[in-house]
Design a protein around this ligand. Structure first.
Ligand SMILES: Cc1cc2nc3c(=O)[nH]c(=O)nc-3n(C[C@H](O)[C@H](O)[C@H](O)COP(=O)(O)OP(=O)(O)OC[C@H]3O[C@@H](n4cnc5c(N)ncnc54)[C@H](O)[C@@H]3O)c2cc1C
Length: 387
């Protein structure tokens, strides 16, 4: 691939950098209102919220390369998010743009772009996550509405969301599980919706169980046709995922780990001089670099109009392995302090490695488990037979 940016792309990178230099003060100077009152209105005005969306629906119409540049620069600068509804921006919006009616686009897209409406995602159920086509949450059509009964689980941010994008079963055909799936948009305050938060072992509740008891959903709030929910989901999830921006985040974690190794003592000298620690750090750095090139490969495919590629699974697999290894090394380098609870004093790096070590199952499982990523790599990249 050609690593050079075109003059227009270079100019765009400069524009982003200049904006950040002017508008992003250091973290300790930002204040509590910074995100909502200062940052979000400014990035919205630049049309960087929903940057990949067409301008006709309020997005930025950014090219694939510009999107990659924007994400990379934002991550590098540790900028706040470009909106408060991550899932709304990542897949609800793109799903609405591709499958929504004009009325639905006008009703839902501005709320996402203006960070006024928060969305969550109701896909997984107690008995199925990887095998999403096996969902059982049922919707029965009665006149102008559906009646929904069933349960979702691991619904991230369900407690703080206004709407849920929900996959339901509208028919059962044993020969085609996918054809019986429909996508509905449901307000979280609808009668019959109950949210029960789940506490994870890191002590926080980021996800919840969501129960649907005779919840009425108007036909007007169905996204796509009945039975088209699978296509809606596949399309909506297949957004820009080259993963180049996450390389920046990992490099920052690695820098912190190196600093910790420098200040920790092993056998009377800094752990950074210890051969085993050096080997681990070097392997991490090499993996991150390989992720950068793999991300560029995925980006190249997108630029050539091939759409999102399965190679992103390689980076997802590397990232989760790396995060687990980083958490472990962080704890190890701290010696006894590695066992301190976060919030305890003095806990090195503000308890960052403790947090990472306790939340690794979430990082590893969310977005598809390692086994599922390996299946994708085996079948779609290596062309091995389906298991
Ligand atoms: C942090 C986090 C956030 C999440 N947020 C959401 C959300 O907002 N909305 C939502 O709907 N869901 C969410 N999930 C759920 C997530 O999508 C599922 O947990 C995930 O898809 C795995 O499904 P499962 O838990 O049912 O496990 P299962 O699919 O039952 O998997 C159990 C084990 O079997 C293995 N396995 C399964 N199938 C295969 C196979 N074909 N080949 C080899 N091994 C296999 C898996 O790798 C795993 O080790 C979230 C999960 C996490 C951890």
């Amino acid at each position: 691939m050609d690593f050079n940016l075109s003059p227009e792309e270079e100019a765009f990178r400069e524009e982003v950098r200049d904006f950040l230099a002017e508008n992003l003060p250091p973290k300790h100077e930002r204040g509590t209102d910074f995100l909502q009152k200062v940052w979000l209105p400014k990035v919205r005005e630049k049309r960087w919220v929903g940057f990949s969306w067409p301008r006709e629906v309020g997005g930025g119409g950014g090219s694939v390369m510009q999107q990659a540049i924007l994400k990379e620069e934002m991550t590098r600068a540790q900028a706040p998010p470009l909106g408060t509804s991550w899932m709304g921006l990542q897949w609800v919006g793109p799903g609405l743009i591709a499958y929504g009616t004009e009325e639905q686009q006008q009703r839902f897209l501005p709320g996402i772009l203006d960070s006024e409406v928060v969305w969550c995602t109701g896909y997984s159920e107690p008995h199925c996550g990887s095998d999403l086509a096996a969902i059982q949450c049922k919707a029965v059509r009665e006149g102008d509405s559906y009646t929904v009964n069933g349960q979702k689980i691991w619904t991230t941010l369900a407690m703080a969301s206004d709407w849920i994008i929900l996959l339901v079963r509208t028919s059962t055909d044993p020969d085609d599980k996918h054809a019986g799936i429909t996508c509905l948009l449901v307000p979280m305050d609808a009668e019959g919706v109950t949210v029960r938060p789940i506490k994870s072992m890191s002590g926080v509740s980021i996800f919840a169980e969501v129960f649907f008891d005779d919840v009425r959903v108007p036909i007007a709030d169905r996204l796509g046709r009945q039975g088209e929910g699978w296509q809606v989901t596949v399309m909506a999830l297949a957004n820009e995922r080259s993963g180049i921006s996450e390389v920046e985040g990992l490099l920052r974690s690695l820098d912190r780990l190196k600093a910790l190794a420098k200040s920790s003592v092993r056998g009377g000298r800094p752990a950074l001089e210890d051969p085993d620690t050096r080997r681990k750090l070097a392997r991490m750095e090499t993996t991150i670099e390989s992720m950068r090139f793999n991300g560029l490969r995925a980006l190249t495919r997108q630029l050539q109009g091939e759409g999102p590629s399965s190679e992103t699974s390689i980076n997802k697999l590397h990232r989760t392995t790396l995060e687990v290894e980083m958490g472990e090394l962080g704890l190890l380098l701290q010696g006894n302090a590695g066992g301190l609870m976060r919030g305890a004093e003095p806990v090195p790096d503000g308890g960052r490695w403790q947090r990472m070590a306790l939340s690794w199952p979430e990082l590893v499982i969310g977005g598809g488990t390692p086994n599922i990523q390996k299946n994708i790599i085996a079948e779609r990249i290596l062309a091995l037979p389906k298991d």
